[in-house]
Design a binder for this molecule. Structure first.
Ligand code: CUA
Length: 165
């Protein structure tokens, strides 16, 4: 082998190995570790989301003792259940509650991240994101949009107040 061939192989082989290694990593995480897009659990027509249950009645509802459903429709730039109000919403639940979060976006890609709770969703128009969060400690849990969605991105937040017994 000439020096030139060795030099070329030294570039070609890593450039093949790198994408192959990434593909293997994707396959292992997707199938071996069950890491996948959490929003892939339902679809909704983003154009008619305001008329489609449960998004026609966004907000917090008690569905059983200690169990709540929180329906959020993200939009530029608020999580307030009232589409005419931009004020960040506050929801109150008793300590120990489980909250089933059902969320989507009616316009652009938003995010939903709860500080201090295990909630991290991408809110994609047409896709439904679902998660159940447990609130075992009293306190205030801020939630924010964590996907940059335009000039009002920083106004997209709200909080869950977990009240003690
Ligand atoms: Cu919505 Cu950032």
């Amino acid at each position: 082998m000439s020096r030139q061939t060795i030099f070329e192989l030294a570039w070609i082989l890593p450039s093949i190995a790198l994408p192959v290694a990434m593909l293997v990593a994707i396959v292992i995480t997707a199938f071996g570790m069950q890491v996948h897009v959490p929003t892939n659990v339902g679809v909704v027509n983003a154009a008619t989301v305001d008329q489609t249950p449960p998004f026609d009645k966004p907000g917090l509802t008690q569905i059983a003792p200690g169990r709540y459903q929180l329906v959020l429709v993200a939009r530029t730039w608020s999580f307030n259940p009232d589409p005419n109000v931009q004020t960040p919403p506050t929801f109150k639940v008793p300590v120990g509650s489980q909250v089933d979060i059902v969320a989507t976006s009616r316009d652009v890609i938003h995010g939903l991240y709860f500080n201090g709770a295990d909630v991290n969703l991408m809110l994609i128009p047409g896709r439904i994101g679902r998660l159940t969060a447990s609130f075992s400690k009293p306190g205030e849990y801020l939630f924010v949009c964590h996907e940059y969605c335009g000039v009002g991105h920083q106004t997209m937040y709200g909080k869950i107040v977990v009240e003690g017994q």
